[in-house]
Design a protein around this ligand. Sequence first.
Ligand code: SAH
Length: 481
Amino acid sequence: MKFLPFFYDIRDRRCLIVGGGTIGARKAAMLREAGARVTLVAATLCDELAALAEKGVIDYQARNFEDTDIEGHLLIVAATDDEQVNLRIATLAKGRDIPVNVADNAGQGTVILPSVIDRSPVQIAVTTGGASPMLARMIKTRLESCIPSTYGRLASLVESYREQVKGKFAKLTARRKFWEAILSGPIAEQVLSGRDDEAEALLQQAINDADADPHFKGEVYLVGAGPGDPDLLSFRALRLMQQADVVVYDRLVSKPILELVRRDAERIYAGKERSKHAIPQENINQLLADLAKQDKRVLRLKGGDPFIFGRGGEEIETLIEEGVPFQVVPGITAAAGCASYSGIPLTHRDYAQACIFVTGHLKDDTIDLNWDMLAHQQQTIVFYMGLQGVKVICEQLIKHGLTSKTAAALITKGTTPDQRVLIGDLDTLPDLVKNNDVKPPTLIIVGDVVKLHEKLRWFKPGSDIEAQAIDTYTSGKIGPI
Ligand code: SAH
């Protein structure tokens, strides 16, 4: 081990930074976060440091470094852009056994200021020993994404009950078992999802009832998996996906997303294709409750957002009736995902001040919608499940006042490598569907904002049909903006 990692309490202690550039500013921010009193020596300052000096939160000495500056400091940081000066500072400090950090040259100093993931009181420090600060930052970013920001609160909760638990369990092994169960179970989950009061009550109850073998109930995580691209999952979604014992998933959940679920989790397909429900909705609701009652952590994974045409509300109603704990994690809904990935802003100052999401689900050859409310200028309409009813949708919108030349888009498998975008208008849309073998999942966007697609499209997964759609666009059916 080349360096000894340790965490140092420097609150109210004097630290010196030499150098007034952006690196000096970064170091000053770090030392100040740890509560140090910072003296900064430099002939000139970058804007950020100048602001700190003006506020008086650092002691700024406007001059070049002098050898006597190192006196009386607990830690010294050499951060000038002159290697010789940095070397001189390091040599002086080492001669007096004062810890010294040399920015961008770890080998010259005796101390490294690492990249820190701060979930105080939990802190994780990363260094590559100066080999590659860039790599250290990349590692930090990866850790940031998998260590919930609420870990600090979890640690504080544990801290405040440590003594009580010690009193309850004399044996170390029993204590360890207790904390292990707490930290990997629903009580920790309550803290991580922001329900600290409930967590505390449960923890207190667990301590009171403890017979050295704590027993906890299962829980349901109702999680939105987004429209397809796994990069669009939230941190929380990913964390819950990786700790679930069983996953109940829909047809809309993409394969790459399913691959991120814990390998050994049991997988249950709940289906849902038009008129071909693999498991009827009532049975899904009951299944979730039953699995959780078997003490399982149940991941209910849904395409897009669970509360947007996802029947998430019905599922948690049953859980509430059955007294099963749950949490809901929002996902990026198809409208947001498809709009972004096809360069169609759903609102735009010049074209639409409102946007409305509706279901285009066809029932007995009609769609029961308030067409008067939908057919408005300056409003974008997004139809979910509208493919079967596309003809009815276009006819009704025209009948209720929109011109047949109103722009419209079909976006299939949005955000995935198979994304396909077809552009037309209310007149041409039904034929576009028919002639291009358009299949679900497809979203329909109607409104002037669709015309921005040509200018703003940026996601090009390389589909031939997309090129054809652009031809439709440029062939004059819709005038460019
Ligand atoms: N809860 C989901 C919607 C479920 S309804 C959400 O918030 O996105 C199913 C409909 O959503 C599909 O018929 C289709 O219209 C739309 N949809 C879902 N994912 C899609 C995708 N990747 N591309 C295009 N449309 C999608």
